[in-house]
Design a protein around this ligand. Sequence first.
Ligand code: ADP
Ligand code: MG
Length: 244
Amino acid sequence: MTTAAIEVKNLHKSFGKVEVLKGIDFHVDPGEVVCVIGPSGSGKSTLLRCVNRLEEPTSGEILVEGIDICDPNVDLNGVRSRIGMVFQQFNLFPHLNVLQNLTIAQRRVRGRNKGEAVEIARHNLAKVGLAEREKAYPAQLSGGQQQRVAIARALSMNPDMMLFDEPTSALDPELVGDVLAVMKDLAAEGMTMMVVTHEMGFAREVGNKLVFMDDGVVVEEGVPSEVLASPQHQRTQAFLSKVL
Ligand code: ADP
Ligand code: MG
């Protein structure tokens, strides 16, 4: 039996009196791409943020590669260093050029020397199709290019898995495809991925599993093409009828 990359059991999360996650169960196997869809406010970002403990769960269990990340004695930095995260807003350092954006955490967190960090950064920049732009500053790049830099930056930490929170939602439509193509390549290489997205084409083509969330619960999950073609629950049907 292989250990799940991510296993979430009966996860609850409240902000004050408001319960946002109401008992979530799911798992992501190594090498699997799990896409999460659902209406705004359904708890998708909160779920993702719980997985690397940017949010503290109220109750329940989250195992990352078998390690209980809610255990007070857990080495949180160790766990986080195995999880790459990409947000809707790219969060690049505006005063650093592309290469510096990719090397700073490698040097400070991974303790790599400059030569090593630069080599790894260049490898990942080439991977996202931006080898030529290492001297550029974020403001000189399109949103799509900035997001590909953010992906390359996360990859440069050599994570075991990647979490994406609506990585293309802030982009002009014509820039979405390049970012999705990079993510598709990553999936093909076997990267374990959890992707919150509204890109149903990506979910169908690249996802191994589709999870539909609404109002803090997983309403339905399954093979993406099947869930999209014949959703079993009324709430899934209602959501898909609006977005497809
Ligand atoms: P989604 O990503 O699906 O749009 P979120 O996880 O961002 O949903 O939010 C789910 C709910 O939790 C929303 O009602 C949101 O207002 C609330 N929420 C999220 N973060 C916080 C917070 N830090 N404090 C209070 N409420 C929050
Ligand atoms: Mg969100």
